[in-house]
Design a protein around this ligand. Structure first.
Ligand SMILES: [Fe+2]
Ligand SMILES: [Fe+2]
Length: 286
């Protein structure tokens, strides 16, 4: 077996060994107090800007609650779409034995989806809807389409990973929220490892002609922009009592410190991986 298949085989084995059943894993609290941090203040969408200094703690805690609901809603809607997309191409994608892992991926994402939506409904009373970020229906080879499915999944997972890590390790955050972030982080580490391997494997057939890498890069730039914009949800701002949510969102999306965070902590490793595969993505700092 070559390296790719050996590594994927190991990931499948890990999924079997570590198999958690999320449905019985957590002890769900009756409620989560409003005066506790529902997520780390370090991952608030206003972090790294003047707002974080100007707002009082009660306002920040309120925003943390609704941004936690936003982040968990994004996980839920993103995972729902991930399962739909992976299922759609499951029998077509040229992965040979590495297809085996997709069954674990779907299984684990199904469990994540269950706990994220349950959390949002139980404690926030809602799941925020999300704009679809599916592949534009245009003519492309199956190899390109399959590559884009996995590349988009990886973008989504790498961004989520940053939030999981920050929230899991911040002792200010409510213990149950930390527990969920920790559980998700563990499964996602394997998904991300798989995603990187798969993209490398699929890139050979996806990038065959002159212009392919450029075109794929353009598609991924669009996906990145949608994923990043979703972190600044005007509905969450409204629920947190902020009146000019749209204006706040615009100013944060253009704030140099936020852009730096997007490029480094959220997307740095994805962009470096894409570069290794010959795909250059737009650096939004320039
Ligand atoms: Fe997940
Ligand atoms: Fe995942």
């Amino acid at each position: 077996m070559n390296n790719f298949f050996t590594r994927v085989d190991n990931l499948s084995r890990l999924s079997v060994e570590k198999h958690n059943v999320a449905f019985s894993l957590f002890d769900w609290p009756a409620h989560i107090a409003e005066d506790t941090w529902w997520q780390s203040p370090d991952v608030l969408s206003i972090a790294l800007t003047d707002h974080i200094e100007q707002w009082d703690e009660a306002q920040l805690i309120k925003l943390a609650k609704w941004e936690c609901i936003n982040s968990f809603s994004l996980n839920y809607t993103g995972e729902l779409e991930l399962i739909q997309e992976v299922s759609r191409i499951l029998d077509k994608v040229a992965l040979s034995d590495a297809r085996e892992y997709l069954y674990h991926l779907i299984d684990e994402e199904n469990q994540h989806m269950w706990y994220f939506q349950k959390f949002c409904r139980a404690y926030g009373g809602k799941v925020y809807p999300n704009k679809k970020f599916q592949i534009e229906k245009q003519l492309m080879s199956p190899a390109k389409e399959h590559f884009l499915v996995f590349a988009r999944i990886l973008i989504f997972e790498e961004i989520g990973h940053y939030y999981n890590i920050q929230n899991a390790r911040d002792s200010r955050v409510h213990p149950f929220v930390r527990e969920i972030n920790e559980a998700h982080y563990k499964d996602e580490s394997r998904h991300i490892a798989y995603g990187r391997q798969v993209l490398e494997h699929l890139a050979k057939d996806a990038i065959t002609d002159e212009g392919d890498a450029l075109w794929l890069g353009q598609q991924l730039d669009k996906s990145i922009a949608i994923n990043i914009a979703a972190l600044y949800n005007p509905q969450a701002y409204r629920d947190a009592g902020i009146t000019k949510g749209m204006a706040l969102r615009e100013s944060l999306l253009n704030h140099p410190n936020r852009i730096e965070l997007h490029e480094t902590k959220l997307l740095g490793s994805f962009k470096r991986h894409a570069e290794r595969l010959g795909i250059t993505l737009t650096d939004t700092r320039k």
